[in-house]
Design a protein around this ligand. Sequence first.
Ligand SMILES: *Cc1c(COP(=O)(O)O)cnc(C)c1O
Length: 400
Amino acid sequence: MTIDPETTALDTPGCRNGQVFLDSAGSSLAPARVADTVVDHLRRETEIGGYRAAAEREEDLEAGYSVFAELLGCAPEEIAFTDSATRSWFAAFRSIPLKENDRILITEVEYGGNAVAMLRRAEAVGASVEVVPSDPSGEVSPTALRELLDERVRFVSLVHAPTNGGLLNPVREVVDAAHDAGALVLLDGCQSVGQISCRADETGADFIAGTGRKWLRGPRGTGFLYARRSILDDLILDEIDHHGGEWTAPDRTRARDDAKVFELWESSIADRLGLIEAARYALELGVPEIREAVRGISGRLREGLARIEGVRVHDLGVRHSGIVTFDVEGVPAPEVVAALARADVTVTVSREASTRIDMERRGLTEIVRASPHYFVTPQRVDRALELVEGIVRGARNGGA
Ligand SMILES: *Cc1c(COP(=O)(O)O)cnc(C)c1O
């Protein structure tokens, strides 16, 4: 069934005041039932203590692995919960053996947090990090990738949907090429899970890292990781505690043989429950339905912006996510964001440091990022467009 933005807006306290919320790529608006789940659990902890409160929700916590398995197309034993996408990504990255002369391949839209970690570890062990060129549309080129792959490549880091624009990278082709060369694929699904299908069974990725607060509309400080069970034996598992492993004798340990090996014992149970509730909400709406709705509403915004003289849209690629980036001639991005915020339109700035390779290549430093989810009505997008037109006019008059 088609998603009705009015109905989903009613579930969303942040939509009730008329605000135009266009920042689901940053930190989205949670549905009321997600916020209630978190707050109710915090209250329960104040009544009976965190351990008993968690015990009461044990079944729901366990069911969370199945919920994410359904969302990501894998087995429940292949899911780990963490406190951010970066934490998930790091857990996977640190587990991949890397030695001198090994190679890591990344794409032009690599995310800043991943890049810093890769460059530093590569430098420490004497490995290299190399960029796979994109094709003219901006998608990573599977042909260029195949040329770069050899037996020294340990893994390919692939960002499904970058943080700074509407690009969607081809995942299956990259995974197939990498696997042919014996390399693993670490898929950053941070900007895709919750708005578009990003599944282990369809993509073949070895790891998928994601976050709660963006398109899934979960609480901040939550993340999740898919890890293919059949590769666990080949990984370094040296940052695990007595949840990810077992202290079997004073001088002996054993690691778990499922993805929970990547979890730590302690976590925010309230946030975890909220994250699970957010994933349930997404599954009830339907991932294909969400994709269609986001495609529609972000397409309206992207096309509307492209029609405004003085606005440049910066989205690469042929298929687009719900992220729309642009700038206004003569007006720095933070000023556009501030002007829109004064009219209760929430967008954000995407900066060079988040996606340095792509931004430097295109000569961009700061751009405005608008990311409407399915709960944004066409009327609200049109209001944002009118306001952007007003900013263009104001800049022209001011500059004359
Ligand atoms: C936001 C983002 C991340 C990091 O997510 P956190 O939950 O903040 O750790 C990683 N990759 C991409 C592409 C992102 O947009």
